[in-house]
Design a protein around this ligand. Sequence first.
Ligand SMILES: [Zn+2]
Length: 252
Amino acid sequence: MTQTENTAIVLRYANYRDNDRMVTLFSPSRGRIDAAIRNCRKPRSHNLNAGELFALGDYMLHENGGRATVTSVHLIETFYPLRQDYERMTCGTYLLNLCDAVLEPEQERQELFMLLLHTLSRLAFSDQPWRPLLAGFLLHFAGCEGFKPRLQHCVLCGKRMGEEGPFFFDQEEGGLCCGECEERKRRAGKGGREKAEAVTAQQVRWMREALQGGASSWVDRPDSCAPFALLRRYTEKRLGGRIRSSALLPGE
Ligand SMILES: [Zn+2]
């Protein structure tokens, strides 16, 4: 039996028995940790808030043969304003679900963890519109997961893509393609291959600048031209299916 202290945020929970809860924690140094919290659903429990979604804290764990139990928690942040705004809570839950879909146990994930905290903070404590916030998250999430879209050269012929366009986005190849390649692909159009979709020069500039700025700077320049819907389809396809809370996000 070992006792460990882990800074982590709650991604998911499931209730069991009368008062207990299993939580999936995201630790920047250890990735995914599944742990039980006993009696956290009793009204006067010390751990009442520690098992809620978005709860960020230092979790003391008893670990024994792959089983972990939370013994105490020092809460750092609950992102409480998310609970008062259904739309922004749905957005936050979507971010948790995306992380949950890619995390493995005993895997260091500092960059993704910081990206999640930055984005949740903006969702909870700023009035920045959620679409560009989520678009920026998705772009950097793709980078963390190894499928960052290619934005400088055509993914089909390798030609350098300047500032002018026309620009198309090829979901299968993961990046921009030029007008000639888009036309060739569309004419070939057989075997169910997906067409590339048009993106505007402003959207391309937004994505390039958001990626250049690094994971903490893009949040300061939200912009209505951020291609949220495109990045959402791209990411969810790469993850092999829809993320459950995606269906709850407001229309595009
Ligand atoms: Zn091309």
